[in-house]
Design a protein around this ligand. Structure first.
Ligand code: ATP
Ligand code: MG
Length: 256
């Protein structure tokens, strides 16, 4: 057993049903991720990226295959046990920030700490530290509507990190941001990975974001078609997919 693996996914398949139609969203995906990696997942729309992230995060169960998170086999856990693993080991960030509008930035981040099974941190102190790390020390008492999109997403990242998860899963975290805010959010994710050593997985449609990953996995039609590391290989893989997207006309979701 490799103790440094924070994720081990073996031969995952996922069948989804919409009425009579059965979709093979994942067709045998295996993926090992080591502690502290910054991993990007790219691929055409409908290729299974969100489905994969959902399985990794224990939001849904695979049709077949096996998933281990931080040494815990989550494949056959019941809902209650899964919820516990999710709360303790996983942080989620989505395209839309889903902050609670009536609470301040500080209160939004403190909330999951107050609700944790085993409280490891002082809620307000931890929230303040995380928001400071994310460059928001002067916005602690602002409500979401008083913050820009990029600031709101950084609050959402701080909230996802509240209970110190082993894995931070981000599904198109810059999908509703302009390019300037996207860059700020990407920098925040990199800081989280470098400074806190958190393992970060980012699904993205943004080529500039994809090109900044340490490792980049491409999903096509429920299969991993490429898995590369290092600046040059990552840039090449990002460029390749986005060229293909341009050729097939799938560019609406891609920011320049
Ligand atoms: N709840 C569902 N019921 C039935 N089919 C679904 C469901 N969710 C997703 N699918 C299908 O599963 C496949 C994979 O979807 P998924 O959302 O994982 O793609 P994606 O790569 O995240 O796409 P996008 O880039 O557009 O977000 C698609 O064919 C999609 O239509
Ligand atoms: Mg998706």
């Amino acid at each position: 057993m490799n103790n440094n693996l924070v994720l081990r996914a073996e031969q995952l398949t996922k069948e989804l049903r919409a009425g009579e139609i059965v979709v093979q969203a994942l067709r045998g995906v295996s993926l090992d991720v080591e502690r502290g990696e910054l991993l990007g997942i790219i691929g055409p729309s409908g290729s299974g990226k969100s489905t994969l992230l959902g399985l990794i995060g224990g939001l849904d169960s695979p049709t077949s295959g096996r998933i281990e998170i931080d040494g815990v086999d989550i494949t056959n856990l019941n809902e209650r046990a899964l919820t516990r693993v999710r709360n303790e080991k996983i942080g989620f960030v989505f395209q839309f920030f889903n902050l609670i509008p009536t609470l301040s930035a500080l209160e939004n981040v403190a909330l999951p700490i107050q609700f944790a099974n085993k409280r490891r941190f002082n809620p307000n102190q931890r929230a303040k530290e995380l928001l400071t790390t994310l460059g928001l020390s002067d916005r602690l008492h602002n409500r979401p509507t008083q913050l820009s999109g990029g600031q709101q997403q950084r609050v959402a990242i701080a909230r996802a990190l509240a209970n110190s998860p082993a894995l931070l899963l981000c599904d198109e975290p810059t999908g509703s941001l302009d390019s300037e805010s996207s860059a700020v959010v990407m920098q925040a994710l990199k800081d989280v990975q470098r400074q806190m050593g958190t393992t970060v997985i980012v699904v993205t449609h943004n080529m500039e974001i994809a090109a900044q990953m340490d490792r980049l996995v491409t999903l096509v039609d429920g299969h991993i078609t490429s898995d590369v590391e290092g600046d040059e290989s990552v840039e090449m893989a990002a460029l390749k997919l986005f060229k293909q997207k341009r050729l097939t006309g799938e560019m609406s979701a891609v920011k320049a």
